[in-house]
Ligand binder design. Structure first.
Ligand SMILES: Nc1ncnc2c1ncn2[C@@H]1O[C@H](COP(=O)(O)OP(=O)(O)OP(=O)(O)O)[C@@H](O)[C@H]1O
Length: 229
């Protein structure tokens, strides 16, 4: 990301480049020759029927799953050939992830749930706590709550968004982040997530079944079903 003279975020080199990727599970090809490039500061909604491979694409970008063929880059990192160590560092420092369920530790405070991501990324406890409080406040989550499980579902999902933002990732990946929410809360979470590319220069890839959520993205990409035989 670079800043223009007026402080506006200028879109630069692709944050993610997926080129001609195919994936087979147990002899069944689920993704065939899929390509997608996403620039910093822009958003893409990944749509497709259940089982079309949306989560698998996200797992491949995270380096958790290797395709049979094709290339994947996150910034300058060759995700397919990178060592496990580099991939772990990439996930901790460059990529923020939000899942459907939030995956928070119920007994920790919201601040602790968020700060832990900063500490894994190399921040001191004090730095991480200060950044966690800042993101939670920006996202309108109370920071004086003792147990994260005491928050509402929408607040918990905002905690998950705050956690994904720790350390200023260049890529944000969201897998059905609004699936379990009522429509008002869904809109609040979508507002928070879709504001990020413009605010921070991060690229956003969001997998969703929700057409209203997808409509907020700069582009929508439909995954075709692979080999169903
Ligand atoms: N570990 C696995 N072993 C075998 N098949 C798998 C595995 N993981 C996923 N699949 C299959 O790969 C296909 C794609 O799954 P994936 O979860 O990526 O789809 P999706 O589009 O995210 O689905 P949904 O919208 O239901 O979340 C599905 O048919 C699924 O059953």
């Amino acid at each position: 990301m670079t800043q223009g003279t007026a402080g506006a975020v200028v879109k630069t080199a692709p944050a993610v480049c997926i080129d001609g990727v195919s994936l087979t599970y147990q002899e069944r090809q689920v993704i065939r020759d899929f390509s997608l490039t996403v620039s910093g500061g822009s958003s893409v909604a990944l749509m497709g029927k259940s089982g079309s491979g949306k989560s698998s694409v996200l797992s491949m970008v995270l380096g958790l799953l290797k395709p049979d063929s094709g290339e994947i880059r996150v910034g300058a990192i060759d995700v397919i050939r990178a060592s496990q160590r580099s991939l772990t560092a990439m996930r901790r420092t460059r990529i923020g992830v939000v899942f459907q369920s939030g995956e928070l530790v119920e007994d920790l405070t919201p601040v602790e749930n968020v700060a832990v991501a900063g500490m894994l990324g190399g921040q001191s406890r004090d730095q991480a706590t200060a950044e966690a409080v800042s993101w939670l406040s920006k996202l309108g989550v109370p920071t004086d709550v003792v147990r994260t499980s005491d928050l509402s579902g929408g607040e918990q999902q905002r905690v998950a968004v705050a956690r994904a933002l720790m350390g200023g990732p260049s890529l944000l990946i969201a897998d059905e982040p609004t699936a379990s929410l009522d429509s008002d809360t869904r809109d609040q979470i979508a507002d928070a997530i879709f504001a990020l590319p413009a605010q921070t220069g991060a690229a956003l890839i969001i997998a969703t079944h929700d057409r209203d959520v997808a409509a907020r993205a700069d582009r929508t990409v439909h995954l075709e079903e692979g080999d169903r035989s």
